[in-house]
Ligand binder design. Structure first.
Ligand SMILES: [Zn+2]
Length: 159
């Protein structure tokens, strides 16, 4: 038997101005995406934005449904769109935010979205940075989606 430990490293920025301009821009796009979220049931709009290696930015948001399980989170709305339309392009950075959160901390992705984020990362063979932003507050940066879900489910058939 061995005792093992998993460490998760991340960087925290107290103000948006501390981030690179390109990251500020991506976060602002995620904030904008909250405005068109369809969240009448939770009143919890979430916005996400990705920067691709082509320089393009795409946004997504949560899309709820009266049949609750039919709704999708912002992260999966966006990643599934990007993977469906640009499977050959790589994600460099993903920003996620929520404009009506009561937490003092940045919103974090749910477990299902983390699994999808990790698979997208594995699929493109390179990590992408994840920025979690609290409007008017702090931002935390992970060097890869895998940092958000240690021991993520995987199947060794691929690669
Ligand atoms: Zn989710």
């Amino acid at each position: 038997m061995q005792n093992k430990k998993i460490e998760i490293g991340y960087r925290q920025f107290d103000n948006l101005a501390e981030l690179e301009v390109s990251d500020q821009n991506l976060i602002n796009r995620a904030l904008e995406a909250c405005k068109t979220a369809y969240a009448p049931y939770s009143n919890f709009p979430v916005g996400a934005a990705v920067l691709l290696d082509s320089g393009e930015i795409f946004i997504g948001n949560n899309q709820e449904n009266i049949s609750f399980p039919a709704g999708t989170c912002a992260e999966r709305t966006l990643l599934n769109f990007v993977h469906a339309n640009f499977p050959e392009k790589k994600i460099l950075t993903m920003a996620i935010t929520a404009t009506n959160s009561h937490s003092h901390n940045p919103v974090t992705p749910c477990g299902v979205c983390r699994q999808v984020m990790v698979e997208m990362e594995r699929e493109q063979d390179t990590d992408y940075r994840v920025l979690l932003h609290k409007p008017g507050g702090s931002t935390i940066e992970f060097s890869g989606a895998n940092q958000l879900l240690p021991l993520a489910f995987e199947d060794k058939l691929k690669k």
